[in-house]
Design a protein around this ligand. Structure first.
Ligand code: MF3
Ligand code: CO
Ligand code: CO
Length: 257
């Protein structure tokens, strides 16, 4: 399938969707605290999205029951909001996707609740660094897999596992579009990046083995060895010179250098 190139109003639509997705994620992140349930975070997600004129893209997507994905500790992605109580020392991955005016914005962070062991904090730092390495590799004229290779190198250098079964993706009028953006692979492969493409780069790294399985709820992806996992994501627009982050966060600049 052809990768869509956005121009003019489409780019403005994607910029708005990205900013709103980032604002909803920020509100969800602030709601994370010991004693709070993952459902409480979902309520914040929905209220914030609605106040901004947006809808959750995930509710009902292939039957997914949540307004966002909340994945705790050994849960990698696609955790369903519910009665689980967040505790001190947990790491909580929040993945927010919204739709506004027919355009989607998608972003994720992993939040540490209080102090976590140094090896867990390092997992978060390495995964976040990999996201920005992927973004730095996203330039017009480069191959798609240059992003994948840049992400994978950070994982290797940081001794983290790379989840292979789930990948980043194109985004636009749908949450998931072509192409798939793997977090591993040799550079110089796949389509050439072009100005106007909008893609989601989303490393999912593990502290131990990269092997994952899906729980009986048919959604929650967990590490097989029970060790923690982290997930960071931005929606980006390929520009004439590089990539513009459409889902900006306050700490982007720190990680981009
Ligand atoms: N936001 C996820 C992504 O980054 C997709 C979630 S799909 C759901 O691609 F169905 F699990 F919500
Ligand atoms: Co996402
Ligand atoms: Co995504």
């Amino acid at each position: 399938m052809k990768i869509s190139i956005k121009r003019g109003r489409a780019i403005e639509g994607m910029r708005t969707a990205g900013r709103v997705a980032a604002e909803v994620l920020r509100a969800c992140r602030e709601a994370v605290a010991p004693g709070v349930t993952t459902h409480d975070i979902e309520v914040v997600c929905l209220k914030t999205a609605h106040a901004l004129g947006a809808e959750s893209s995930t509710i009902g997507y292939c039957g997914f029951p949540g307004a966002l994905c909340v994945s705790v500790n050994d849960e990698v992605i696609h955790g369903i909001p519910g009665p689980r109580i967040i505790r001190m020392g947990d790491i909580v991955s929040l993945d927010v996707t919204i739709n506004i005016g027919g355009w989607h914005g998608d972003n994720a962070v992993t939040v540490a609740v209080g102090e976590v062991p140094p090896e867990t904090q390092e997992l978060l730092d390495v995964t976040q660094r990999a996201l920005y390495a992927g973004i730095a590799a996203a330039k017009p004229g480069r191959h798609l897999s240059d992003i994948s290779a840049a992400v994978e190198k950070v994982a290797r250098d940081g001794h983290c596992g790379v989840v292979r079964e789930f990948v980043g993706h194109g985004i636009g009028h749908s949450m998931h579009e072509e192409p798939q953006v793997a977090n591993f692979g040799r550079p110089g492969r796949g389509p050439i990046l072009e100005e106007g493409m909008t893609i989601c780069i989303e490393p999912m790294f593990t502290r131990g083995s990269h092997k994952v399985e899906v729980l009986k709820d048919d959604w929650t992806v967990v590490t097989k060895d029970g060790l923690p996992a982290a997930h960071y994501e931005h929606t980006v627009l390929i520009t004439a010179t590089g990539a513009e982050i459409l889902t900006p966060r306050a700490d982007d600049a720190i990680w981009q250098c």
